[in-house]
Design a binder for this molecule. Sequence first.
Ligand SMILES: Cc1cc2nc3c(=O)[nH]c(=O)nc-3n(C[C@H](O)[C@H](O)[C@H](O)COP(=O)(O)O)c2cc1C
Length: 180
Amino acid sequence: MNEAIIKVLVLSCSLNPGSNSAKLAEAAKAYLDEQSIPTSHMDLRELDMPFCDGNAAYGHESVGKLKTVIDESDAILLAAPVYNYDLNAAAKNVIELTGSAWENKVVGLMCSAGGANSYMSPIGLANSLMFDFRSYIVPRFVYATRAAFQGGDIDGEMKERLHELVDNTVRLATGLALTR
Ligand SMILES: Cc1cc2nc3c(=O)[nH]c(=O)nc-3n(C[C@H](O)[C@H](O)[C@H](O)COP(=O)(O)O)c2cc1C
């Protein structure tokens, strides 16, 4: 199967300069590059995103730029921190701002958290993507606690899970692309 019929976006949603989830995003991008799968990488730390006001914010240059990249992608690998038993507000804001661009996209989730107990945190965002935009959520997501980043890099087991998520995301998006 020619997997390069799809395009992937890796979207990093943490605003923290020392972000762990951004490391997950970078590792996903590197793994996709190894396989020559066309991939864009966007990082909210580098985009001046407004808050969604349901109005003028939709016309903001950064919103238009990100929406175009999402529109052109078959799959999005979204990396975000866990804040207050949910994904961070910046991730939710980006979805509010880019809305319909997520329609029928395959979405894989990668998150970093302080501890193991917030494991269910990505579910709210996953549900909203399914209900609002009929996104195809890859059921097994990556959940990395601080322990996975002890040496500064991502530990081996977490990297394996990350690669499994990327592989599943690519397989699902490729299968859907072939039936279009
Ligand atoms: C406002 C805030 C809320 C947080 N809430 C949680 C939480 O509910 N559960 C958890 O496990 N960690 C929580 N954390 C810890 C972060 O998930 C952790 O620091 C993670 O590495 C952040 O991801 P990042 O490094 O990509 O920004 C919270 C951190 C902040 C700043």
